[in-house]
Design a binder for this molecule. Structure first.
Ligand code: ATP
Ligand code: MG
Length: 460
């Protein structure tokens, strides 16, 4: 079960814990010292302390203080106040940003008579505004998991634990703070995703009481802004444990809240290549991250949404659309429907669709096409995507091999390969070649979707 509120903290003096200043970012230390020297309480908190205790390198360093955001602003000229839901200060050091948050006040459970509290909650218990400042004890108890509520005090280098986080850390257990687990998920349904994320990242077990309500409460995610879910999706799938997260999210019914169209395809076709395809795609991404290689979000989202795109594409082909039109319309439909759930920003959505658009083009190898394709800015990603499809058994591995060879060949070799390809007629080519550049997609959508309600193409 979850942890009851505790008023007296456990304080672990410096000689008895392993958090060392030598592992804390020098900029975070600067912020801590300057706040202290200005007479404020200042603590390192959250993932920074947690990860240092586990011997991991923290992703970022968050600081909590009793100074108000305005006071923080006064101490640091290189800072800016941000956030509406939570007001906090960002202190800038070149590319590094140190986040400084003022201790937040406690939240009265929904449904009790706290009128102040009602004002900042929606009817469903979700917290909308949270700008009430409080003490460190209150701040600790409104954090999500006990292991995320450990404080490192810059004044005496001790660790401060109000929620039993050290004990859970030892046990490798992820537990929500507070005794009403369901209310904590309702306050902020993203905590369900965070439970999965930290379980994967830290290799911790989700406490049974916190795990049990997940399937039932998963639909609460539909109330979270789709832009916030995009940020969470990136953290889940682009941090080196994407495959594990995918499996866990599906297990709890959380994945279908994020990618409903994909889940529908996967649940219908278990044991076939769609699951293999997504799993391999995520596994690839994980490996790249662990090898220190770069990964791009457009590839990730192209993988996650490919199955619904592919099925719709095939449907449209059967209805008689040209392959280019079919792909354009299928991509458009799937990507648009996805926006309500996980909002993919345009800068990622555009290249994601290009990766898809290039798939049928990679199947057409004759004449000058391969040379044109190889110069396409999205060629490399599209080729990697094709490799994945081949590995998953969705396309002929020969096609993938051909492109591998073509890239390795010199000019002569490429010319030979392309002319050899000439003899093979493309599998399906019902309509004359159409322009593929800018605007082609919009035109294709119009052509394929002529009739608006779909009435013009339901003859297949
Ligand atoms: P990481 O940065 O490694 O992803 P983190 O624990 O630092 O993990 P952040 O999102 O950076 O996660 O948040 C910092 C801290 O803020 C958390 O450790 C937690 O104490 C608190 N926090 C973040 N999100 C929530 C939330 N949704 N509900 C309650 N507390 C939260
Ligand atoms: Mg953090």
């Amino acid at each position: 079960m979850s942890v009851p509120a505790q008023t007296e903290p456990l304080i672990v003096p410096r000689p008895e814990h392993s958090v060392s200043r030598s592992n804390i970012s020098p900029n975070a230390l600067k912020v801590l010292y300057r706040l202290r020297d200005a007479g404020h309480a200042a603590y390192l908190v959250g993932g920074g302390v947690r990860d240092l205790l586990l011997g991991h390198e923290p992703k970022d360093f968050d600081i909590a203080t009793d100074a108000t955001p305005e006071q923080v602003r006064q101490v640091f000229r290189n800072s800016r106040l941000i956030g509406r839901r939570f007001r906090l200060a960002h202190v800038f050091f070149g590319p590094e940003i140190i986040e400084v948050a003022t201790f937040r006040g406690s939240t009265i459970p929904a449904g009790t008579d706290g009128t102040d509290d009602d004002a900042r909650r929606a009817e469903n218990g979700m917290i909308l505004r949270d700008n009430v400042y409080g003490t460190i004890a209150e701040d600790a108890l409104r954090r999500d998991f006990t292991v995320n509520a450990l404080y490192y005090n810059i004044d005496d280098f001790s660790l401060v634990d109000y929620a039993g986080g050290l004990e859970d850390m030892e046990a490798g257990r992820l537990r929500l703070i507070g005794d009403d687990v369901e209310a904590r998920y309702r306050e902020d349904p993203v905590r369900m995703l965070r439970a999965v994320r930290f379980a994967c990242k830290l290799g911790f077990v989700i406490d049974a009481g916190c795990e049990a309500p997940l399937p039932e409460l998963a639909p609460l995610l539909s109330e979270v802004p789709a832009a916030r879910l995009f940020e969470e999706a990136l953290k889940l799938f682009q941090a080196g444990y994407g495959l594990h997260a995918f499996e866990k999210l599906r297990h709890y019914g959380l994945f279908e809240q994020l990618f409903p169209a994909t889940e529908e395809c996967l649940s219908r076709q278990e044991h076939e290549f769609p699951v293999t395809f997504v799993s391999r795609g995520l596994d690839n991404t994980d490996r790249r991250i662990l090898d220190g290689k770069s990964v791009v979000p457009q590839f990730l989202f192209a993988v996650l949404l490919w199955e619904p795109v592919r099925l719709r594409y095939q449907e449209l082909l059967e209805e008689g659309a040209s392959w280019a039109d079919a792909m354009a319309l299928a991509s458009h439909e799937v990507a648009s429907a996805q926006q309500q759930h996980v909002a993919i920003p345009k800068r990622i959505g555009m290249p994601m669709r290009e990766i898809w658009a290039l798939q049928p083009r990679l199947e057409r190898r004759q004449g000058r096409r391969p040379m044109t394709l190889i110069g396409h800015p999205r060629f490399r990603a599209a080729y990697d995507f094709l490799l994945l499809r081949a590995e998953a058994g969705e396309v002929d591995p020969e096609l993938a091999r051909w492109w591998t060879e073509f890239q390795d060949a010199n000019a002569d070799g490429r010319a030979k390969m392309a002319s050899a390809g000439k003899r093979k007629r493309p599998r399906r080519r019902r309509k004359p070649k159409r322009a593929q550049g800018e605007g082609a997609e919009a035109a294709a959508i119009q052509r394929a979707g002529a009739g608006g309600d779909g009435g013009g193409r339901n003859d297949g």
